[in-house]
Design a protein around this ligand. Sequence first.
Ligand SMILES: [Zn+2]
Ligand SMILES: [Zn+2]
Length: 560
Amino acid sequence: MDNYQIADAFALLAKIMDIHGENSFKTKTFANAAFQIEKLPMQLADMDAASIAAQKGIGAATAQKIAALLQTGSLSILNEYIAKTPAGVIEMLNIKGLGPKKINTVWKEMGIETIGELEYACNENRLTLYKGFGEKTQHNVADAIRFYLNQQGWFLYQQAEEIAQQFLQLLQTQLPTHNTVITGSLRRQMETVDSIDLLTTADAADVMQLLQPLDALTFTEELPNGLYYQISNGPQLFIHTTTADTWGHTLFTTTGPDVFCNSILASLTSTNYATEEALFTAAQQAFVIPAFRDLPQDVLNTAALIGSVDLIQPQDIKGIIHSHSVWSDGSNSIREMAEAARAKGLEYLVISDHSKSAGYANGLNEERILQQHAEIDLLNKQLAPFKIFKSIECDILNDGSLDYSDAVLSSFDLVIASVHSNLKMTEEKAMQRLLTAIAHPAVTILGHMTGRLLLSRAGYPVNYDAIIEACAKHHVCIELNAHPRRLDIDWRWIPAAVKKGILISINPDAHAVEGFADTRYGVLAAQKGMLRKQYNLSSFSLQAFEDFLQQNKAAKALAS
Ligand SMILES: [Zn+2]
Ligand SMILES: [Zn+2]
């Protein structure tokens, strides 16, 4: 073990102790020891205990720890601190601009334990509510987190798609006589990807020459079927090359996934298919759109469902359901949100600010609800026929009860119920909370079912079948939260929910006007779950939505 490794161990110890808010005299001793050790001209490993203790900045106690570290390879006090600190909290030390003090606030006061949650909290404007976190800090932290997460190799669909479009346009405009398209997992609209795949009929040599001058790309290797690059701060880039004759075959195999491809290719002997359609025909199979190719075979076999008739499209969205305003943790006023929605051609907006227990999000108490409803009434007079609906994203409390009395809950046009607190729980606990909330007669929609944040927080464990069963029984819709980091309910469960007659609601959970655009990511995920527009609540016209709310209330009254 060399001095640098020893210094690193003490530096980390000092930082983690600071994160815990330990006595700063103690932590400074270790930080200073780390600093001095790094500068030592000779290796500590070659010195005896007495001469280690005699070094500047290293006292007897530290010297003892160094000796133990050299002997055992580990620093026991550091191990103890690591054991009592969530891994995600320690990982935050990698975020530029986040020192141990700020991490202490993030962890102990905001209750955030992973980097992904922290990024999401920035998105929800939650950091600015705490001492030492201005709007600028929040912005910088969000940027630094994105940079850090991008180093990890996996990317959200949204991030990868943005990068892919740039390379696609470059190839299309610079090599215009050739055909170039996006293929791979992006073409299948997977929610997370670790590579960007393009397919082109251009020569590898021409592509290489075109990409050569780009600083953002590092060439990895050339294979007979294409070129491999690493995008800095981005995923890998594979440029697959093919000819017009084999275009359909290469597009098919590069799109994947392997399980699906192999099941189709097994019956084929040629690779000469100019189109994917020709390949499916030759295999005597109905064409399956790329978005469906990850579905399990038994779902796909439901032949009637394979067609993409009425498959939900971005332009089918008629209203914004689930949005926040400055009344809780949003960035825009209700008027701004409504006018922006109207300008996009949407027919209605559901304002669902946080409920009173969500103190971190400036949740609404009973008095402020009345004030907000008065504002919405006034705006509705001015903005008609556009309509704003009164809603609330009501916290599901620890025991599964809701955050207001039944009387208050009945003052809303609809209620979205979500879990925001005590996310670390067993499946048993999660199910008890969720099933209690679903059975409450006021609940219209179950919000972000598992609380997952893609690539950073797994979400609490749930029994999907039981939730779907309960939602069907109590006439509760299930949200597909469209934020690209959530996409919760997972699209894999949409077929089962629809089969039970449950309506899905693709909701942007917008905390600002810009958040409306996230709806598209929800639609792309929903397509993977074969969702048709008539089973998506936010595709209902204003009239149909109002009718639904009435019928839903009646149905729930009958059921309870
Ligand atoms: Zn929420
Ligand atoms: Zn929300």
